[in-house]
Design a protein around this ligand. Structure first.
Ligand SMILES: Nc1ncnc2c1ncn2[C@@H]1O[C@H](COP(=O)(O)OP(=O)(O)O)[C@@H](O)[C@H]1O
Ligand SMILES: [Mg+2]
Length: 405
């Protein structure tokens, strides 16, 4: 059980942001000790005896007050960045007495990653379990979702069944700016191609619907300002930043194909038509490219094989600077889709073929209506020419994929 001020801090994250919750708890800690020092509170009230050693004395309390006041000053300095604040607070830890309430509160604060409206408190001293507080709701860890090259993702659930995914980004991975960009893109795609399309069927309770429509941003970047250790499949890894996003329920295409190869063979056309439809909306309505649409980043979200692409770590928005390359960038998404269709069909049917014919590619382009991308101002004049030009790329890509079998 956390002690009084830590508890106060944890409770207050629900109503304020983590920084203000900490400032209030720390201020209460200081005030209570000053009151005691001035004799306003009976002596025994401060914890009494423990193992025949007196818990508190005026000297240590005075030192603790001074240390906490220094911490408060650092927190209140609006010009100092979070990471610098946390580094200096960590240095001040030696000035507190060990085992006291002050240091416990400071540790809880240092263990929190937060944005203005959300906080993630790592397990450890505070509670037996990590938890997230966002939109005034308490979320508990449900399970690990996956380990990617750049981070570890966990699923968290609130009492009323809302789910969030938190991706802990390994130290040395994407910068804070890159992560903010990734979350912005995820948020926009999620609002347009998930909430706008599926929320009414996916979300059951009216409480959840209202919490969806109330929230404007579904994503945030949680900064901890210091390195934390996170448990992953590959052991403990160092993490500085974490990103919060809605969990996309369902099965990844990779899992779906490897666990149900027969079913994949039956539904692969539906699945990939949904992928190309998604890419079309992404490219033309949202003016974005995904940049990494492999089978682990495709989520099959329901029994109709609707899909949603996750992981916008490589995504781009069309800008003045990249518009000259925009055709090539859209082409890359399409080629990834076509290559995975061929690859997964071969994998699931057990019929490995090293070569692809131009007719085959042209047939797939027709099946998935890639004509939508063609034309005099499209990515290529027509499907026939597109298949002719891209055949060698798809063959090469297939070769790489088959090496990993
Ligand atoms: N929003 C999400 N909903 C559900 N699962 C997710 C979500 N984000 C990530 N995952 C799971 O975690 C894995 C790794 O996340 P991803 O964003 O792809 O990270 P990386 O950039 O390391 O590839 C994914 O393949 C997926 O299984
Ligand atoms: Mg990924």
């Amino acid at each position: 059980m956390p002690t009084k001020y830590t508890q106060q801090y944890l409770d207050n994250i629900l109503s304020y942001d983590a920084m203000n919750a900490f400032i209030e708890a720390a201020q209460n800690y200081v005030n209570a000790r000053i009151a005691w020092g001035e004799g306003k509170v009976p002596y025994g009230y401060r914890g009494g005896w423990s193992g025949f050693q007196f818990f508190f004395n005026r000297e240590t309390t005075k030192k603790n007050i001074i240390a906490m006041k220094k911490v408060l000053k650092i927190c209140k300095n609006s010009r100092t960045l979070l990471s610098a604040k946390k580094n200096r607070i960590r240095e001040l830890k030696t000035e507190f007495s060990e085992g006291g309430r002050g240091i416990e509160l400071v540790d809880a604060f240092l263990d929190t990653s937060f944005s203005e409206s959300s906080a993630y408190v790592a397990s450890g001293l505070n509670r037996s379990q990590s938890f997230i507080i966002t939109d005034s709701q308490f979320y508990k860890k449900r399970k690990a979702l996956g380990d990617g090259g750049f981070g570890h993702t966990d699923s968290f659930e609130s009492d009323n069944g809302n789910r969030l995914a938190i991706k802990h980004v390994f130290n040395g991975g994407n910068s804070k700016n890159a992560l903010e960009f990734e979350m912005k893109i995820f948020n926009r795609v999620y609002q347009n191609l998930y909430v706008g399309k599926f929320a009414s069927t996916q979300v059951q309770s009216s409480e959840q619907v209202s919490s969806l429509s109330r929230t404007k941003s579904y994503t945030s970047l949680l900064e901890s300002g210091r390195i934390r250790k996170i448990d992953t499949k590959f052991g403990k890894r160092d993490v500085v930043n974490s990103v919060l996003m809605p969990e996309i329920g369902g099965t990844s295409l990779k899992d779906f194909a490897s666990k149900n190869p027969k079913e994949f063979m039956v539904h692969s056309d539906d699945i990939f038509l949904n992928i190309f439809n998604f890419l079309h909306e992404l490219h033309f309505n949202l003016k974005m490219v995904h940049g990494d649409c492999h089978d682990d980043n495709v989520m099959i979200i329901d029994e109709f094989h609707n899909i949603f692409l996750i992981d916008y770590g490589e995504a781009e928005r069309m800008t003045y600077y990249n518009q000259m390359n925009w055709s090539a960038m859209m082409t890359a998404d399409l080629l990834m889709g076509l290559s995975y269709y061929i690859y997964l069909r071969q994998l699931c049917s057990g019929k490995v073929k090293k070569t692809v014919s131009r007719d085959q590619v042209e047939g797939l382009c027709k099946k998935f209506e890639l004509k939508r991308w063609m034309g005099s101002d499209g990515i290529c004049y027509d499907i026939a020419l597109f298949s002719y030009y891209q055949l060698s790329f798809i063959t090469k890509k297939l070769g790489y994929m088959q090496k990993d079998w």
